[in-house]
Design a protein around this ligand. Structure first.
Ligand code: 8DG
Length: 138
């Protein structure tokens, strides 16, 4: 039985922000980053010693200048995906309540997208199953 190549597991948290019209926020990965140009759920890597929820609250603040709290983050599903050089483990939370207007702070384009239209936006391969689940759920 092959155990496969050992890759570092990278722990990333992400949120599907859902507005009052049931649209989901996607953010475009900026030039200079890996997978530039693809659309993703806002979020980022969990720091050592940080809880997933605290990391997500921090990332939403840093990237979009919104504030939310742990009780507004509902665990939904997760991605487990082997990229060439690392294995991504990424819980996806649903978030319907936050404070402040979405203001992208890192030069990224953002877009509110109806669930049925999510597939029109090219996303990282890890996200493809998540999008199908979101579309079915919302
Ligand atoms: N935030 C987010 N990251 C995602 C998604 N799908 C997906 O494969 N990723 C990957 C892209 C990155 O490799 C990693 C997130 O890292 P990050 O956003 O904190 O940091 P980064 O782009 O600077 O990372 P890097 O890959 O350029 O080192 O997770 C997603 O929907 N949202």
């Amino acid at each position: 039985m092959s155990r496969g190549a050992v890759k570092p597991v990278v722990f990333v948290v992400a949120a599907a922000l859902i507005d009052a019209d049931g649209r989901v926020l996607l953010a475009q990965r900026p030039e200079g980053k890996s997978m530039a140009g693809l659309w993703e759920f806002p979020g980022g890597k969990v720091d050592a010693g940080e809880s997933p929820e605290a990391a997500l609250i921090r990332e939403l603040h840093e990237e979009l200048s919104i504030d939310t709290k742990e009780s507004c983050l509902a665990p939904f599903t997760f991605a487990s995906h082997a990229y060439d050089d690392f294995h991504l483990l990424m819980p996806l939370y649903l978030c319907r309540r936050w404070w402040g207007d979405v203001r992208p702070r890192e030069g990224q384009a953002v877009k509110w997208v109806r669930p049925m239209r999510l597939a029109d936006y090219p996303m990282p391969p890890a996200d493809v199953p998540l999008v199908a689940m979101l579309r079915d759920f919302l």
